[in-house]
Design a protein around this ligand. Structure first.
Ligand code: ZN
Ligand code: FE
Length: 203
Protein backbone atom coordinates (compact mmCIF):
# COMPACT_ATOMS: atom_id res chain seq x y z
CA UNK A 1 0.00 0.00 0.00
CA UNK A 2 1.30 3.46 -0.90
CA UNK A 3 1.85 5.97 1.92
CA UNK A 4 -1.10 8.30 2.37
CA UNK A 5 -0.27 11.96 1.78
CA UNK A 6 0.19 13.66 5.16
CA UNK A 7 -2.36 16.30 6.01
CA UNK A 8 -0.89 18.97 8.27
CA UNK A 9 -2.26 19.92 11.66
CA UNK A 10 -5.38 22.05 11.16
CA UNK A 11 -4.92 21.94 7.37
CA UNK A 12 -8.26 22.27 5.59
CA UNK A 13 -6.93 21.91 2.05
CA UNK A 14 -6.83 18.13 2.20
CA UNK A 15 -8.82 15.24 3.66
CA UNK A 16 -7.44 12.24 5.48
CA UNK A 17 -10.63 10.41 4.48
CA UNK A 18 -9.65 10.90 0.83
CA UNK A 19 -5.88 10.35 1.12
CA UNK A 20 -6.34 7.02 2.90
CA UNK A 21 -8.52 5.60 0.13
CA UNK A 22 -6.22 7.03 -2.56
CA UNK A 23 -3.26 5.31 -0.89
CA UNK A 24 -5.23 2.06 -1.07
CA UNK A 25 -5.58 2.43 -4.82
CA UNK A 26 -8.87 4.27 -5.37
CA UNK A 27 -8.85 6.64 -8.36
CA UNK A 28 -10.76 9.33 -6.46
CA UNK A 29 -11.40 11.60 -9.45
CA UNK A 30 -12.84 8.73 -11.45
CA UNK A 31 -14.93 7.62 -8.48
CA UNK A 32 -16.39 11.13 -8.06
CA UNK A 33 -17.18 11.28 -11.78
CA UNK A 34 -19.00 7.95 -11.69
CA UNK A 35 -20.86 8.83 -8.49
CA UNK A 36 -22.15 12.03 -10.09
CA UNK A 37 -23.25 10.08 -13.19
CA UNK A 38 -25.01 7.53 -10.97
CA UNK A 39 -26.63 10.24 -8.85
CA UNK A 40 -27.92 11.81 -12.07
CA UNK A 41 -29.31 8.47 -13.20
CA UNK A 42 -31.11 8.00 -9.86
CA UNK A 43 -32.52 11.50 -9.75
CA UNK A 44 -33.41 12.28 -13.34
CA UNK A 45 -33.33 9.05 -15.34
CA UNK A 46 -35.32 7.11 -12.81
CA UNK A 47 -36.98 9.19 -10.07
CA UNK A 48 -38.22 11.87 -12.46
CA UNK A 49 -39.17 9.71 -15.43
CA UNK A 50 -40.58 6.90 -13.28
CA UNK A 51 -43.06 9.47 -11.99
CA UNK A 52 -44.37 9.84 -15.52
CA UNK A 53 -44.30 6.09 -16.13
CA UNK A 54 -46.28 5.39 -12.96
CA UNK A 55 -48.93 7.94 -14.00
CA UNK A 56 -49.46 5.96 -17.20
CA UNK A 57 -49.94 2.57 -15.56
CA UNK A 58 -53.63 3.41 -15.22
CA UNK A 59 -55.78 0.39 -14.56
CA UNK A 60 -52.91 -1.62 -13.07
CA UNK A 61 -52.87 -0.66 -9.41
CA UNK A 62 -50.44 -3.48 -8.60
CA UNK A 63 -47.94 -2.33 -11.24
CA UNK A 64 -48.37 1.28 -10.10
CA UNK A 65 -47.51 0.38 -6.54
CA UNK A 66 -44.38 -1.53 -7.50
CA UNK A 67 -43.28 1.24 -9.86
CA UNK A 68 -43.81 3.65 -6.96
CA UNK A 69 -41.53 1.61 -4.70
CA UNK A 70 -38.81 1.60 -7.35
CA UNK A 71 -39.30 5.33 -7.92
CA UNK A 72 -39.06 6.28 -4.25
CA UNK A 73 -36.20 3.90 -3.59
CA UNK A 74 -34.26 5.48 -6.42
CA UNK A 75 -34.85 8.84 -4.78
CA UNK A 76 -33.48 7.34 -1.56
CA UNK A 77 -30.40 6.25 -3.53
CA UNK A 78 -29.89 9.79 -4.72
CA UNK A 79 -30.20 11.11 -1.16
CA UNK A 80 -27.84 8.46 0.17
CA UNK A 81 -25.06 9.00 -2.33
CA UNK A 82 -24.99 12.80 -2.78
CA UNK A 83 -23.34 13.62 0.57
CA UNK A 84 -20.61 11.10 -0.25
CA UNK A 85 -19.74 13.07 -3.42
CA UNK A 86 -19.06 16.16 -1.29
CA UNK A 87 -17.12 14.22 1.34
CA UNK A 88 -14.82 13.03 -1.40
CA UNK A 89 -14.22 16.63 -2.47
CA UNK A 90 -16.55 16.58 -5.47
CA UNK A 91 -19.68 18.56 -6.16
CA UNK A 92 -22.84 18.42 -8.24
CA UNK A 93 -22.82 20.44 -11.47
CA UNK A 94 -24.54 23.77 -10.79
CA UNK A 95 -26.58 23.25 -13.93
CA UNK A 96 -29.55 20.88 -14.07
CA UNK A 97 -29.53 20.22 -17.85
CA UNK A 98 -25.80 19.39 -17.72
CA UNK A 99 -26.43 17.12 -14.74
CA UNK A 100 -29.27 15.34 -16.55
CA UNK A 101 -27.21 14.90 -19.70
CA UNK A 102 -24.32 13.38 -17.75
CA UNK A 103 -26.46 10.55 -16.33
CA UNK A 104 -24.97 7.09 -16.52
CA UNK A 105 -28.25 5.58 -17.80
CA UNK A 106 -30.54 6.64 -20.64
CA UNK A 107 -33.59 8.67 -19.55
CA UNK A 108 -36.54 6.36 -18.82
CA UNK A 109 -38.87 8.35 -21.07
CA UNK A 110 -42.47 7.38 -21.62
CA UNK A 111 -42.51 4.88 -24.52
CA UNK A 112 -44.84 5.21 -27.45
CA UNK A 113 -47.40 3.76 -27.27
CA UNK A 114 -47.37 3.83 -23.45
CA UNK A 115 -48.72 0.32 -22.95
CA UNK A 116 -48.08 -1.61 -19.76
CA UNK A 117 -45.77 -3.98 -21.68
CA UNK A 118 -43.70 -1.11 -23.08
CA UNK A 119 -43.53 0.65 -19.72
CA UNK A 120 -42.53 -2.52 -17.86
CA UNK A 121 -39.85 -3.26 -20.46
CA UNK A 122 -38.41 0.21 -20.00
CA UNK A 123 -38.50 -0.11 -16.21
CA UNK A 124 -36.73 -3.46 -16.45
CA UNK A 125 -33.97 -2.11 -18.68
CA UNK A 126 -33.47 0.94 -16.42
CA UNK A 127 -32.98 -1.34 -13.43
CA UNK A 128 -30.46 -3.35 -15.42
CA UNK A 129 -28.50 -0.21 -16.18
CA UNK A 130 -28.55 0.67 -12.47
CA UNK A 131 -27.24 -2.78 -11.53
CA UNK A 132 -24.35 -2.39 -13.98
CA UNK A 133 -23.50 1.11 -12.71
CA UNK A 134 -23.59 0.26 -9.01
CA UNK A 135 -21.65 -2.96 -9.56
CA UNK A 136 -18.96 -0.81 -11.13
CA UNK A 137 -18.82 1.39 -8.01
CA UNK A 138 -18.57 -1.75 -5.86
CA UNK A 139 -15.63 -2.95 -8.01
CA UNK A 140 -13.86 0.42 -7.78
CA UNK A 141 -14.12 0.53 -3.99
CA UNK A 142 -14.09 -3.07 -2.76
CA UNK A 143 -11.46 -3.57 -0.06
CA UNK A 144 -10.29 0.06 -0.41
CA UNK A 145 -13.10 2.47 0.40
CA UNK A 146 -15.46 0.75 2.84
CA UNK A 147 -17.77 3.75 3.18
CA UNK A 148 -18.56 4.16 -0.52
CA UNK A 149 -18.63 0.38 -0.93
CA UNK A 150 -21.19 -0.01 1.85
CA UNK A 151 -23.48 2.61 0.31
CA UNK A 152 -23.14 1.21 -3.22
CA UNK A 153 -23.78 -2.33 -1.98
CA UNK A 154 -26.97 -1.22 -0.20
CA UNK A 155 -28.19 0.47 -3.36
CA UNK A 156 -27.22 -2.54 -5.46
CA UNK A 157 -29.27 -4.80 -3.19
CA UNK A 158 -32.37 -2.79 -4.01
CA UNK A 159 -31.62 -2.51 -7.73
CA UNK A 160 -31.34 -6.29 -7.95
CA UNK A 161 -34.73 -6.60 -6.26
CA UNK A 162 -36.18 -4.06 -8.70
CA UNK A 163 -34.96 -6.08 -11.69
CA UNK A 164 -36.57 -9.22 -10.27
CA UNK A 165 -39.88 -7.38 -9.72
CA UNK A 166 -40.05 -6.15 -13.29
CA UNK A 167 -39.08 -9.54 -14.71
CA UNK A 168 -42.02 -11.01 -12.79
CA UNK A 169 -44.44 -8.32 -13.98
CA UNK A 170 -43.30 -8.33 -17.61
CA UNK A 171 -43.41 -12.12 -17.79
CA UNK A 172 -46.99 -12.00 -16.59
CA UNK A 173 -48.12 -9.06 -18.70
CA UNK A 174 -46.33 -9.86 -21.96
CA UNK A 175 -45.75 -13.62 -21.97
CA UNK A 176 -48.50 -14.82 -19.60
CA UNK A 177 -45.84 -16.70 -17.74
CA UNK A 178 -44.91 -16.96 -14.09
CA UNK A 179 -41.36 -16.01 -13.20
CA UNK A 180 -41.47 -15.37 -9.44
CA UNK A 181 -39.32 -12.60 -8.02
CA UNK A 182 -39.70 -13.45 -4.36
CA UNK A 183 -41.41 -10.08 -4.00
CA UNK A 184 -43.89 -9.24 -1.32
CA UNK A 185 -45.13 -5.69 -0.94
CA UNK A 186 -42.99 -3.26 1.01
CA UNK A 187 -44.41 -2.11 4.34
CA UNK A 188 -45.11 1.31 2.92
CA UNK A 189 -44.26 2.94 -0.42
CA UNK A 190 -40.56 3.62 -0.82
CA UNK A 191 -39.55 1.54 2.19
CA UNK A 192 -35.98 1.17 0.83
CA UNK A 193 -34.97 -1.38 3.48
CA UNK A 194 -31.29 -1.43 2.56
CA UNK A 195 -30.60 2.17 1.64
CA UNK A 196 -32.67 3.56 4.53
CA UNK A 197 -31.48 0.80 6.89
CA UNK A 198 -34.98 -0.34 7.68
CA UNK A 199 -36.13 -3.85 8.46
CA UNK A 200 -36.59 -5.88 5.31
CA UNK A 201 -39.28 -8.47 4.78
CA UNK A 202 -38.23 -11.44 6.84
CA UNK A 203 -41.25 -12.94 8.54
ZN1 ZN B 1 -31.53 3.20 -7.68
FE1 FE C 1 -33.99 0.99 -9.17
Amino acid sequence: MAEAKKIGYGDLTGRVGVEEIRARGVDVDLLIKKLIANAAAEFSSTYYYYTILRMHLAGHEDYKEICEDARLEDRAHWELIVPRIYELGGELPNDLPAFHNGAGCAPAKLPSPPTAVNILTLLLESERCAIRSWSEICDLTFGKDPRTYDMAARILNEEIEHEAWFIELLAQERDHKTIPSGHFRRGEPGEAPYSKNRRFYNP
